[in-house]
Write a protein that binds this ligand. Sequence first.
Ligand code: 13P
Length: 323
Amino acid sequence: MMNPEKSDLKYNEMLKKKIAKLKQKRNAVIITHNYQRDEVQEIADISGDSLALSQAAVRTDADVIVFCGVRFMAESASILNPDKMVLLPVIEAGCPLADMITPEKLRAKKKEHPGAAVVCYVNSSAEVKAESDIACTSSNAVEIVKSLTEKDIIFVPDKNLGRYVQSQVPEKNIILWEGFCPTHIRVQEEDMVKAKKVHPDAEVIAHPECSPDVLALADHICSTGGMFTYVKASEAKEFIISTESGMLYKLQKENPDKKFYLPTQNLVCANMKLITLGWIAHSLENLVYEVKVADDVREKAKRALDRMLAVTGEKKGAAIAGY
Ligand code: 13P
């Protein structure tokens, strides 16, 4: 019998063959986020950042989407593809940042600031998206805020991304939410200072979910997808990457002559790592766990995502998708 928790080289090879067969049988596509385990990224049909994955979900003609990421990502894919079956291989794979806001609390905030536009980071539930005017990802948050006519913007739920957007769009008044990513805030200013001392020739790239003192030490701030583009174009040979450790797999694969370092060793999102090859095979075999959003919520949440995709445009996301 299959053990979805088991992960060793020989067993993984057997699972890869099994997954390839099941994928054909189900007419399925495997979409993975850049923070997934190395062996999961290895079998991806499409991998990328949140924006690229939303766009890939719109474009796919597969019947089944196996989403290797966390729940809000699978939910977005389902919102954009109500007629397709969207599977999250491990139903417990959530996002603590997305859980730091509820639709009730957002409604109360909107009452405090009538006339403000609500921008929600995709790291939020379908219900929160349904309460928002427009969604954004870390790769387009600045562009999305700039596209709005309102001066006052309630930005939820990540305060660090919100602060970063405020620094780039000073003409707007960003009303922040007290949410944060528990993985990104593990990077401390002193980690970065130390890493820069150890690797003096390295360029520093940071995800905007990092805290402001860490971002202040970065040479470049961008989404996970943006990191691939930046590294490829850079003349530098070494990079300190301030984001979840899964990023290093594809950066190293695509840039074998360059070196990558994490500013600290505990940059692991436990939720992202719940998905194993065994759980993907289990998911395809049993068609579990289907992620569906109730129609009334879905329609409103889709408006926020569609509006984002209309601002960002198709071409930009395609360029971000690593594969
Ligand atoms: P990206 O859109 O940069 O991939 O970020 C997603 C995310 O969840 C970061 O924690």
